[in-house]
Design a protein. Structure first.
Length: 274
């Protein structure tokens, strides 16, 4: 496991799951030792084994103790690629009831070539790209466009969107950069978010409303973000494709180096839904 791969996992998983998790007051982030972990209502994510003197034996003891406390009521996931210097063996995982989960493919785009200028307007479509922050009047559209694209209104009573609002501000405070694509009337039709942490330029998310797709908007957004990343001193951008259409789209836009899948190990709760 390379250091870059581990840092990519921190940028795309840690910096996503933790802000979204702590935005919900019923969840608890425990710094450890022995684990950096997020404890939710019916599940636990183990991000890192941070015991001061980690060994395979101590890891087995600490995992066994955690399962004894939470195993009947909580699903438990281990973030494999950034878990630390001691990883659970295949034998230990099987013994404790964990199964491997192959996550999305991390894809890398080389941006080490010459810098170029990327305009912020798309005149042929009457659209404008605007960088936004939580202090801007347009910020609420950053939340609403993601909610519309991914159907967050289906998630019940609005709690998820409320948590997203808190988490996005937190992520912005940690360095996330947000771009909206706007009509002349100021309506958001697309977005892209970049994250710069752990020495990684990570394209966190993007989307365009269906009526505006296949018009080069995502590529235009990407050009803007490439220039920004170059100006910050990065020579590559990483993103994750979670399904076949996303994989194909990112490959077409130059994310052709395959870094590997974001693996995790998961143990189902015995008496509760995950």
């Amino acid at each position: 496991m390379s250091t870059y791969m581990a840092n990519c996992i921190k940028a795309c998983h840690w910096d996503e799951f933790i802000p979204m998790g702590v935005a919900n007051p019923s969840n608890k982030l425990v710094q450890g030792p022995p684990f950096l972990q997020l404890i939710r209502k019916t599940s636990i994510i183990l991000f890192e084994y941070n015991s001061p003197n980690p060994t395979e034996t101590s890891l087995e003891q600490d995992l066994t103790a955690l399962i004894a406390t939470y195993g009947s009521s909580h699903a438990i996931s281990i973030e494999a690629e950034a878990f630390g210097g001691v990883l659970p063996s295949a034998e230990l995982l099987q013994k404790l009831g964990f199964q491997i989960n192959e996550g999305g493919m991390l894809r890398v785009k080389d941006i080490s070539g010459p810098t170029f200028t990327a305009g912020m307007d798309i005149p042929a479509l009457g659209l404008l790209i605007s960088k936004v922050t939580p202090e801007d009047a347009l910020w609420e559209q950053r939340i609403s466009i993601e909610s519309a694209l991914f159907g967050y209104e289906k998630f019940g009573d609005g709690t998820y969107v409320a948590n997203l609002r808190v988490a996005l501000r937190n992520m912005w405070e940690q360095g996330d950069q947000h771009y909206l694509v706007l009509t002349e009337s100021g309506e958001a039709v697309g977005y892209m978010t970049m994250r710069y942490r752990h020495g990684v330029a990570y394209l966190q998310g993007a989307g365009v409303l269906e009526a505006f797709r296949k018009k080069g908007i995502t590529r235009k957004l990407l050009n803007v973000c490439v220039v920004e990343a170059q100006q910050k001193g990065f020579d590559r951008i990483v993103t994750v494709g979670h399904d076949a259409p996303a994989e194909s789209a990112w490959a077409a836009m130059g994310f052709t180096e395959l870094l590997g899948r974001a693996r995790s190990y998961r143990r189902q709760a015995l008496t509760a839904e995950p």
